[in-house]
Design a protein around this ligand. Sequence first.
Ligand code: 2RA
Length: 368
Amino acid sequence: MVRNPLTPIEISRISPRHEDDHQTRDQNRKAPVKSNPVVAIAGVTGAVGAEFIATMDKRAFRVGKLKALASARSAGKTIDFRGQRVMIEELNESSFEGVDIALFSAGGSISRKFTPIAVKAGAVVVDNSSAFRMDPNVPLVIPEINADRIGDHKGIIAVPNCAAITVLVPLWPIHRRNRIKRVILSTYQAASGAGAAAMQELVESTRACLNGQAFQPKAMPHPYAFNLFNHNTAIDLATGYNDEETKVIRETRKIFEDDSIAVGVTCVRVPVLRAHCAAITFECENPMTEDEVRAILSDAPGVKIVDDRVRNYFPMPIDASGQDDVLVGRIRQDLSDPSGHSISIFAAADQLLKGAALNAIQIAELLP
Ligand code: 2RA
């Protein structure tokens, strides 16, 4: 059977780091969100915007009223939400009056401009962009790891980088048992991480290529069909790292609350539609066997083990697409470390779901 990588499927389990630690930490935290909140989606016509709608539906997320916000270009069009037609409104300064929860996925500059306006109007913002992730006043949350940080918010909660989410969901339960000192990883990142236009470019350029036609890349900096390239963020000329890699390093330290964890990372864009993969090797403080890792991960929230050596069946983007869980396999001792402290794994996760919309809705579900 050919699986359609554009269709969502399943629902995940959530178990926060400190399950009973959702109380107030801070006098500045916002008032509790209403039980039938007015929810705004900024960027409703984007690839993540569509998954916000699907994920809210699938998880029966309580919505009193939905405000669908997008650029002037889409204003006046409609989207379907729970059997109703919702008119798309232009995102502007007055969009957030009466809004309780605002889900942002419209890029960093839109978030920087409109998030403070939404917070001032009384909304709690769950932001998918990188605009506020490293702000010390903004919790950076993967609910399976640090749901307890949600209560610290002062109006904004950030969703981490999708490559970081793919890597950190399986690493966290291991780190808790046997501290990870160092991680070396390479990502294989799908088109969806660069937006709906990049997904379309992958399809169209592949079709053109198969038809022997020329294709001029627009959304991507290089030919995408039958190719892969360095992640399409800016390279720091001094260090040689691209922005995506820097995000993964910094966000790992913030989420794990461990500034000393060493992270080496290479981020690559691959011709896959919507699921990111990562090859990860980590070194623990104490010896670790592959059986111990398998046992820890078999019980880890948000993780599904796909590790069949006999059938040569391991995590693939096509299987991760539409899944809530991060798929993990290729669990094996790293033979380059004879001390027995290092393990290699391979992970795959739906960039639009766990890497973006699902993680945001999980946060919104846990808002105090
Ligand atoms: C990417 N991390 O895949 C981005 C998406 N937020 O490029």
